[in-house]
Design a protein around this ligand. Sequence first.
Ligand code: PLP
Length: 526
Amino acid sequence: MGLDDDTIEERLRALEPVAMRLEVKDGQNDCTLINDSYNSDISSLDIALDFMNRRPEKEGRQRTLILSDILQSGVEPHALYTQLADLLEQRGINNLLAVGGVISAHMNCFAGLPICCRFFANTDALLQDDILSRLEHQLILIKGARKFHFERITDRLEKKVHETILEVNLSAIAQNLNYYRSFMKPETKMICMVKADAYGAGAVEVAKTLQDHNVDYLAVAVADEGVTLREKGITQGIMVMNPEMSSFSALFQYNLEPEIYSFRLLDALIYAAEHEGITNFPVHIKLDTGMHRLGFDPEKDIPRLIERLKRQTALIPRSVFSHFVGSDSDDFDDFSAKQYELFLKGSKQLQEAFPHPILRHICNSAGIEHFPDRHLEMVRLGLGLYGINSRNNETIHNVSTLRTTILQIHDVKAGESVGYSRKTILERDSRIASLPIGYADGLNRLLGNRKGYCLVNGQKADYVGNICMDVCMIDVTDIPCEEGDLATIFGDELSPAELASRCGTIPYEILTGIAPRVKRIFFEDK
Ligand SMILES: *Cc1c(COP(=O)(O)O)cnc(C)c1O
């Protein structure tokens, strides 16, 4: 456009981010909702459509847009809605449900497009129509100016929410990924661990975000987790850390690459692959350099391993790896160095035995940061992706927020007890609030009896009494609050690492312990 670099730089710096918050929620009838019911202008719509399109989806899923009048665009309406119609066609929208007097008055701008359009004078008219209950198996983007109150539409379409929810910030996942990438050479490959439902955050949505950011591999614990990702449209390489003998056909069918840690597993997999006429199926060889959990012995097993692999064509080693036992602490630096030496020795023999390149990897999250000269060809990012630095327990970018709401508040006299087995006796007249979350949801029972706290209106409220299966009680005597108010179990202001240290465990256990029945809500902050 003939602008000089200085001008471009200056104007780029003046660009303001478009304020929006895209939420992805499960809808009724197998629909997925992408919700931004706060604003509607054409540039934020374009971002939202792009977000919708970048999400891998099952073939043939219809894309529906529910859109209000576009307000204050400064563009003459006929030109605006013509531009909008072009945009929707380009972005592959199949159905449009348009709400508002202005967009309805310009329905002729949408004539002749391969989009099925319906127009409604206002939000009530759409809510009264039975079209909403007929939406099935679709991806639905909901985008309306505030005054149209599209949250009423989202409410209708949403699967009904439980009072306790885990909010997952997908933008923070991307920021954490970039934090770790900043320690890496651009050519080093990255595996992201999405095992255990992405450390509790929700593997499908997290995997979609990671695929979007071009990570090289995703890793799951068992084949079923990989099958779920494939069924939801993930095409990236997937590694299975613990392939069960009963899952081999799923591995082949869904192209899930297993970790091989023993001769027994290797022989069984070769047998199964040969039986199905498979050749060159990629596998990842694990060496035990000191964890003594799973893996071949790098000092004893390598010649036999090479010989076994060379004697067949069903499998091909794509990578060789090991795992540090203590990269999170300087105390183990000597041990880590020994592990690394052993790994280099074992992996070198394997690499030299085959003509094709075999990738080496040994660093987990802590290792990526602590051992920048040991990244080799690939690294494996886990906890750090979910926002916790396992070297110092600090939050990088907080990903998950576990929230619930106060069910009931009681005034309880000094000397009374709270909860099972009378473990907390109140020392003063108190206000005790009950929350619909218990150990069956993943709230660690060791946090009860004032060992831990949650936040109510920004203030610390101790857990009092034993935590029950589905409910717990907190002390809100000094906190102005009422029934229905939010309580944050962990989040930006109270990290899972803090809870972990209060009940003598590690943040991994806090995150992965959040029960599947706790509804996950995903959003992107742009
Ligand atoms: C879980 C896991 C990781 C990730 O570890 P973090 O400490 O979460 O980074 C890396 N490698 C293997 C083999 C794992 O099982």
